[in-house]
Every structure is written in C-alpha cells, then in structure tokens.
Design a protein around this ligand. Structure first.
Ligand code: NAG
Length: 66
C-alpha cells in the first residue's frame, strides 16, 4: 500500500509540472510564472477542475482569478 501511495504522489507531481499550475498563486507568480503580469491569462487546478482566468492583484501579489 505504501508503494502505491508513493507512486500516485509521484504521478500527481509529474502531471503538475508544465501543464497547469496547482494553485492560483503560482499560476501568476515568481518563480514559476514570473512573466505574468496583471491581466495575463492563467489557469490552475481546483478540486480536480481546471479554472481559467486572469491574473489580478491578490493578497501579497498576483493571483489567478476568474
Ligand atoms: C504558469 O501559468 C500557466 C497559465 O496560468 C499555467 O498553466 C502554468 O502551469 C504555470 N506554471 C507553473 C509552473 O505553475
């Protein structure tokens, strides 16, 4: 069981690289998305869905919001 838990963690981590940001903050922020500016389009995962939106000013910096 432990082995499978580990495999799925690695799988989720691998899927998270490149495709869609795992949270609204990293979708718009350094170090991962330094090039994004206010109003840039962005995407992130929430509850298994991909949310698409734009970068807006949030708590402590840019965040992705619909
Ligand atoms: C950078 O932003 C794009 C668009 O929001 C997103 O799909 C991508 O996953 C982000 N990169 C990282 C490493 O979070």
């Amino acid at each position: 069981m432990k082995f499978f838990a580990l495999v799925s963690i690695v799988l989720v981590a691998a899927l998270g690289v490149g495709a869609t940001a795992p949270d609204p903050d990293s979708a718009c922020r350094c170090p991962k998305n330094c090039s994004h500016k206010l109003g840039s389009s962005c995407a992130f995962f929430e509850d298994g869905n991909t949310i698409k939106g734009a970068c807006v000013n949030g708590d402590g910096g840019l965040t992705c919001s619909t």
